[in-house]
Design a protein around this ligand. Structure first.
Ligand code: V07
Length: 226
């Protein structure tokens, strides 16, 4: 969800205003995606590298999950959306961590779209942690190194609980950035990539439908060759 700061700058407003507008658009796009039949919507909210930003900005960002659930939980329930949060949650401020656990617990029995936030997430750290887990299993004599396979690695990643939806069909990055920036490196191996020029606060239902249309065209081409 790139471009919140640039969006604010273009409107001659502080960066926090861009983040707030970005959060409001999370609500909009969550409802749109749910109604279009998306099974899992994973949103990159905060990276393990974002701690390098000024303290004031980090503090503001850490308040956003709290504001999000305070204002949006009734609608998440009405939409039957299940919330998940993946990332190194132990490093989050106490209140932020608590609200994410509360939201996961309160929506755990919802059966509709999964809204999966990547919060204090980084893919290399995720893979490193998975390798450590498997290394410990080898050291404990529970598995042989040559028994390690792709499925076992996937089981150690933070997307394991998404089951058949662990690997995204489509990645969308906004604001014209053409990089993965440490997001789901393992899981995106076969995903379709789509880059939108608009800043995240301006990313609309029409933009999402355009991305889906592009995805469907690519699938059809691959089908024709197969
Ligand atoms: C954040 C708004 C969206 C644009 C990206 C940067 C700023 C929603 C959340 C959130 C995260 C976890 C959760 C519920 C909501 C959020 C941060 C930043 C840190 F369980 N938006 N948003 N978290 N932005």
């Amino acid at each position: 969800m790139d471009g919140n700061g640039r969006w604010a700058k273009a409107h001659h407003r502080p960066r926090a205003f861009g983040h707030k507008s970005g959060m409001d658009n999370v609500k909009t796009i969550t409802k749109v995606a749910s109604r279009l039949g998306v099974k899992v919507l994973t949103l990159y909210a905060f990276s393990t590298e974002n701690w390098r930003r000024p303290t004031e900005e980090v503090n503001y960002l850490m308040q956003l999950p709290i504001d999000f659930f305070n204002t949006f939980l009734p609608e998440l329930m009405a939409e039957n959306v299940q919330v998940k949060v993946m990332g190194f949650l132990d490093q989050l401020p106490e209140k932020t961590r608590q609200v994410t656990y509360d939201a996961m617990a309160q929506t755990a029995n919802n059966t509709g779209m999964i809204l999966n936030f990547a919060l204090n997430y980084g893919s290399r750290a995720e893979i490193t942690s998975a390798v450590q887990q498997l290394g410990q299993a080898v050291a404990a004599g529970q598995i042989q190194p040559e028994e390690i396979n792709e499925q076992m690695i996937g089981q150690q990643l933070m997307t394991a609980s998404l089951g058949q939806f662990a690997d995204p069909d489509l990645l969308i990055r906004t604001s014209g950035e053409l990089r993965l920036s440490n997001f789901l490196l393992w899981q995106l191996a076969y995903s379709e990539l789509y880059f939108a020029d608009v800043h995240w606060p301006d990313f609309s239902q029409q933009d999402l439908e355009q991305a889906f249309a592009a995805y469907q065209k690519r699938q059809r081409r691959y089908g024709g060759l197969a």
